[in-house]
Ligand binder design. Structure first.
Ligand code: WTA
Length: 579
């Protein structure tokens, strides 16, 4: 303990000494030399992640250990992935997918999802993953915003998320369907993944790109308006690669397991590209969370580095110590966590039962890679997010951009210019410019403070974005879905702190005349949001209120709803419409 702060000394045999690297003025440019394009001038992230290793001594190394939801398993070497993704790239090309086109991947975590990410990059197109929990309205809005030409999905997900809005997504020329059952009727424009793969050529020359050409687009939520497309370019590979090595401490003999779904940025940067750019073996588990299943995966694949999230860790802690003892988890040597604040008691529990602390790190869809972290080589301050990645300048500033002294909370901001920073918001320069309201800085949307040792501490979000189970949900989208229900007149949505999920989504609803606020109606409205918008973004709690606090211009004041819910002072009410 030091000033009430618990410090876990972890300085040891590490692959990077944080202080030394910072002292030497680490620069992302130093990393370029590790890629083929540095010598050849030919750029493609897919080449560096897969093909480069398929031509090296790693050729027969397992790139992907895949564990299915039903107990089946498969594994793929770098060489096998190269062949598969070359074929798939030909399938895409034959269907007319060209450089710069947007291809949505709306799949469960089956091997085809991972092959699609690589193949889409190989043709120079933009890989846009959609979390499998999304349903028709969310799918439609994202596809239309991006004007995507193709969606890769399964018959089941097509039925749930695409069929109801198929006529409303005119840009989509083809739907490539994985795992179609025998005698399945393909509709016009639909293609069978397996059938196309049989005839596709194994010869494919990647589309050579510019480092600044877009390659990944993640839809994510802000405070206002619909979800926005955060654009990342091939150059992001530098950030993916070096942070996987230094923050996740990944080495060649590791087996890495990132538990995130590629529908979220963690599942793409660290569940696809980061580990493969490092030539590492990674595990994908397609099934649902359960403590037994997760421990079994670690045991079966002898996972050494495990990247997961606070809600999962809290659930594992809740499941208790006994279940841990049923599995051999001694392969684990490093655990990291991201997405929401990690409770100190979870770290203490992990040290007791896994014999390892959990290294928290911090970043977001827009930053593309970890930006603040508890590095292996730093004393770990329990409860803090760690220190900025070398080459990244982060600070806490007031609204005018003045750097605040240690301990004083303000906006967490970063100096723009690291390789995997987003390059834009698709079709929306205004939204993009909102991130730079404070001159000279990128605004994260989070508040926090720096302590006198330079460690960053998270205090909360400065906007209304909700983090539930670590997943990012925009209140506007939930409110819009609620308003489509015939009983709902007005809706305001907030994140309500929850010991397990971090936050749950709570909706305040005023009903149209003639409707009664029964429990049954609550359930009906929740289900309505689940099937229209997303299985993960429904309100777990609903409260009916005859009136919602609004500004004079009619905007619902979520801030006031939240303060009322938490019994906190209501703050400045000058704009409140007192009627
Ligand atoms: C939050 C996830 C507290 C934060 C990688 C950020 C965190 C948002 C932490 C991004 C952390 C991420 N402690 N909060 N260590 N890491 N967050 O885009 O609010 O899904 O802005 O990316 O998650 O969420 P996103």
């Amino acid at each position: 303990m030091e000033n009430g702060v618990e410090i876990v000394e972890m300085i040891g045999d590490c692959n990077v000494c944080y202080d030394e690297v910072c002292r030497n003025g680490f620069c992302f440019d130093d990393v370029k030399k590790e890629f083929d394009w540095y010598k050849t001038g030919k750029v493609n992230i897919a080449h560096e992640a897969i093909d480069r290793h398929a031509k090296s001594w790693r050729k027969n190394k397992v790139a992907l250990y895949w564990e299915g939801a039903d107990g089946s398993d498969r594994k793929y070497t770098f060489q096998e992935l190269k062949i598969r993704t070359d074929k798939l790239a030909n399938v895409l090309k034959n269907a007319g997918v060209k450089k710069g086109d947007r291809v949505f991947v709306y799949l469960p975590r089956i091997p085809e999802l991972y092959a699609s990410a690589i193949a889409i990059a190989k043709v120079g197109a933009i890989f846009a993953p959609l979390f499998g929990g999304f349903r028709a309205d969310a799918v439609r809005d994202r596809i239309n915003d991006a004007e995507a030409c193709m969606v890769i999905t399964t018959p089941e997900m097509k039925r749930l998320g695409i069929d109801p809005i198929r006529k409303e997504i005119p840009s989509v020329k083809n739907i490539l369907l994985c795992n179609i059952p025998r005698n399945y009727d393909l509709e016009p424009g639909d293609l069978s993944y397996d059938a196309e793969m049989i005839y596709a050529s194994e010869q494919f020359e990647p589309e050579w790109c510019d480092l600044e050409d877009p390659v990944i687009m993640h839809y994510t939520s802000g405070t206002t308006g619909k979800s926005k497309g955060v654009v990342h370019v091939h150059n992001a590979m530098i950030g993916h690669y070096i942070t996987t090595r230094w923050v996740q401490d990944l080495r060649d003999d590791d087996v890495f397991w990132c538990t995130a779904d590629p529908g979220w940025v963690t599942g793409t940067s660290y569940g696809i590209f980061g580990p493969w750019l490092n030539g590492a073996s990674q595990v994908v588990y397609a099934g649902r969370f359960s403590p037994e299943a997760w421990y079994w995966v670690i045991d079966k694949y002898k996972v050494t580095v495990w990247y997961t999230a606070p809600t999962a860790l809290r659930m594992l802690m809740k499941a208790g110590d006994e279940v841990v003892k049923k599995y051999h988890l001694d392969s684990l040597r490093y655990i990291t966590s991201v997405g929401e604040p990690l409770n100190p008691e979870v770290i203490r529990w992990a040290m007791r039962v896994y014999g390892l602390p959990i290294h928290e790190n911090y970043w977001m869809t827009e930053t593309g890679c970890n930006v603040i972290a508890n590095f292996y080589s730093l004393p770990l301050k329990v409860g803090s997010m760690g220190k900025p990645f070398p080459g990244i300048e982060a600070a806490v500033v007031d609204d005018k951009g003045r750097v605040l002294p240690p301990g004083v909370p303000g906006n967490i901001v970063i100096k723009p210019g690291w390789p995997s920073m987003m390059r834009g918001i698709w079709n929306n320069p205004e939204k993009y410019s909102e991130y730079f309201r404070i001159p000279g800085w990128y605004m994260t949307g989070d508040s926090g403070f720096v302590d006198s040792d330079g460690y960053f501490w998270f205090t909360g979000r400065i906007d209304d974005v909700i983090k539930t189970s670590g997943e990012r949900v925009g209140p506007f989208e939930v409110e819009s879905a609620l308003l489509e229900h015939p009983a709902v007149a007005e809706a305001g949505v907030i994140g309500k702190p929850d010991p397990l999920y971090g936050n749950i989504i709570k909706a305040f609803i005023s009903l149209k005349p003639g409707y009664e606020g029964t429990d049954e109606l609550k359930r009906e409205i929740s289900d309505f949001v689940k099937t229209k918008l997303a299985a993960h973004a429904f309100p777990r709690e609903i409260e009916f209120k005859p009136n919602l606090p609004k500004t004079r211009s009619g905007k619902i004041m979520r801030r006031v709803l939240k303060a009322m819910e938490l019994g906190q002072p209501l703050g400045d009410l000058a704009t409140l419409d007192d009627e």
